[in-house]
Every structure is written in C-alpha cells, then in structure tokens.
Design a protein around this ligand. Structure first.
Ligand code: PLP
Length: 372
C-alpha cells in the first residue's frame, strides 16, 4: 500500500472553476481575486482580506505594514514552520523565542513576560497544528505591555476559540493555502484584519507598492510581487465553497486515528482543550518519553519502507543551521520544544483517507514501535 503524508481534495468543481478562468482574458488582478477576498473575510469574520502568493508573503506583509524593523523584537514560538520566525528576519527584526506548553504545543504564555524588553514590539503567535493558542491570556499580556498581537493561523483555518474563529485575533492574521493545508490554491495566502490601514498597506505592497488609484507605473512605496493569479483564486473560491465538507472529512479521519491510538500508552494523540475547536491540519502523535530521537527516526524509516508517508514535525526553528549561526542558539535553549520535536510522528492525513488505510497505518505503527 502506498499512502502519502498529505493529499489535496479536489473535484470536478475545482477543475471547472480554473478552466473557466482560462477562457477569460484576465488572468491576474481580476474579479476572482475580489470574490475570493470577500468570501474569506466573511468566512473568518474580519473586515478586510488581502490575498497574496503564500502564507509566508502574508506574514511578511503584516510585519512590514506594522512598521516592525531593525532593532525591534517580536516574541514567538520555536515550535513552528520556519516562516513564522523568518518574517521578522526579512525586516531585520529579531524573533525572540519562548518555549511551548508540552500538552497544547502552543507558546507557553506564562513565559512571555520574562523575555519582554523595551525593544519588544509584538507577539506573533502560531495556532500550531490547527489548535488556537490561548488567546485570552495572550490578549492580557499584550494589553499589559502595549504590544501588538499577530496571529499566524496558517494551520488553523476553521478552528474556533470560545466561539471566535482563528484569524480574528490580533491586529492581523495570516492564512496559507499550500497543498497540504485544510484547503488549497496550489500556492497562496491571505491577510485578514479589521484595520483598514494595514489592509491598504498590504494591498499596495503585494502589488509593487502601487497606490490604490495610481497609474500602473506609479509606485508609492517599496513593494513586492506577492500577487495571486485568477487561476489560484478560482481554485480558492471553489475550495472555500467546500470548506465545511473538507473540514468535516478531516475531522472524521482524525476520529478514526483517535479511536485506534487514544488508549495506547506508547504515543500521545493531539490534545483536546475545552472551549477550543481544533481545525485538523496534520495528525501528529508524540512518542512516549522512554523513546529516543533515534528510535523515532527508525520508526519513521520503517513506516516509509511500508509505503507510508510520514515525517517529524517540526525541527525546532532555533536549531536550524542559520539560526544557530545568527543567534548562537544551541541544544538545550528551549527544552520542551526540543523534547517534543524529537519524538513527533506526523501520520498520513487528508480527508479522503479510508478506514482501511488508517487501519494499515496504525497496524504498521504498532509493529514498527514494538521493534525499535
Ligand atoms: C504553512 C505555514 C505557513 C506559510 O506557508 P507557505 O508555504 O508560505 O504558504 C506559515 N506558518 C505556518 C505555521 C505554516 O504552517
């Protein structure tokens, strides 16, 4: 059996939507972009949405729009995909890491105040693996110190925190639509915000710094080409229309794993937090503490030999070679992050996984673990 780690869920509807755009003369900056932005803003419950070429581009533009730059510090998590910290480096600001909570795997809010300095400008929080961070506590800390909150909700589209959707926290939030996310545009991202000025700046910077009504070759500020084509947006609209279905299918698969792995002491399954609804992005189990990183890696290898797509998730950002070089980080700096990261296994996860496939993955995992 061959089971990939992730797989987009596309139907004839998506194919038709993209094909239809190809029959029009307008392949970028057209009506589908506006349609996508209106729909994603409405879905999340924000005033404005600006669609861009990736989640990373969305994060970068948020940081820039907030005027975060050289000398500034932004508190964030080392247990994330690298772009949630890189977006500060793009602007020569410094990401300042705090360790994570070992259960939720989100930033441990209680540790934030210890790292705040006069240079701290913002807290950039990631809703890791689709589980919203502790936003009530975050809003309190940010309020107390006059810091701006930024939400990296790239893994959390559709998640809810006490009735509020992921993407509604902080001054602005970022979403991503790479093929392994809950919904995809092939590549793509979006900034959502209630702040008209942030939205205006992001819209301008996505399109080479052009002003709203300025002529094509009038550039008011430094900008980028972070545009998203009409083809991407058509795919996005079609996927958004199916989003409830996509999320429900993923939740069902997570339930199949939970049921089979929940009572097994060798691994812990993704946690549940009361009042918080996870949006299933990946299915990551953490091996028990008695296992070493080597044993985890052997397990991954054994699963791969059986045709099962799997991976560790994540390698801590502070241990990435260029972070070590730039900031002198070393093993031991963020022990919880490191201990968790050494024992994670992301199992194949997507909406169209069958019960039979889940069964095969679980059986293979049990076998592999019994032999390491
Ligand atoms: C996917 C993701 C992003 C953005 O990814 P892109 O590939 O640039 O779209 C950013 N942060 C996190 C936490 C992510 O998982």
């Amino acid at each position: 059996m061959n089971i990939p780690l992730s797989c987009p869920d596309l139907t004839q509807k998506e194919i038709d939507a993209v094909t239809q755009v190809l029959r029009t003369p307008q392949l970028s900056l057209g009506p589908t972009l506006l349609d996508f932005e209106r729909r994603i803003a409405e879905y999340v419950g924000r005033e404005h949405a600006v669609a861009v070429s990736s989640g990373t581009a969305a994060l970068h533009l948020i940081v820039r729009a907030l005027g975060i730059g050289p000398g500034d510090e932004v508190v964030t998590t080392p247990f994330s995909f690298i772009s949630s910290a890189n977006c500060m480096l793009f602007e020569h600001a410094r990401p300042v890491f705090v360790d994570i909570d070992p259960v939720t795997l989100n930033m441990d809010v209680a540790r934030i105040e210890k790292v705040i300095t006069p240079r701290t400008r913002a807290i950039l929080t990631v809703d890791v693996f689709g589980l919203p961070a502790d936003w009530t506590a975050l809003e309190k800390v940010a309020g107390r110190h006059g810091l701006t909150l930024i939400e990296d909700s790239c893994e959390a589209l559709g998640a809810e925190y006490h009735g509020r959707k992921a993407g509604t926290f902080g001054r602005a939030a970022a979403f991503a639509f790479y093929p392994n996310k809950q919904m995809t545009m092939g590549e793509g991202g979006a900034i959502v915000t209630d702040d008209a000025e942030v939205a205006r700046l992001c819209r301008s910077m996505r399109n080479q710094g052009r002003g709203e009504d300025a002529a094509w070759l009038q550039h008011e500020r430094l900008g980028y080409n972070y545009r998203l084509s009409e083809l991407h947006c058509a795919l996005g609209v079609a996927q958004l229309e199916r989003l409830d279905e996509l999320l429900a299918k993923r939740e069902r698969v997570a339930g199949m794993y939970n049921q089979r792995l929940g009572a097994w002491e060798a691994v812990s399954i993704p946690c549940e937090v009361s009042g918080v609804k996870r949006s299933w992005f990946v299915y990551v189990v953490v091996m028990d503490r008695r296992y070493s990183q080597e044993q985890r890696d052997t397990t991954l290898q054994k699963l791969q030999e059986r045709g099962i797509g799997c991976s560790n998730y994540f390698t801590p950002i502070h241990l990435q070679p260029f972070y070590r070089d730039m900031f002198g980080y070393k093993r031991g700096d963020f022990p919880t992050t490191e201990q968790i990261a050494a024992r994670t296994i992301a199992l194949p996860f997507y909406g169209n996984l069958s019960e039979e496939q889940v069964e095969y993955v679980v059986t293979s995992l049990r076998e592999a673990l019994s032999k390491v």
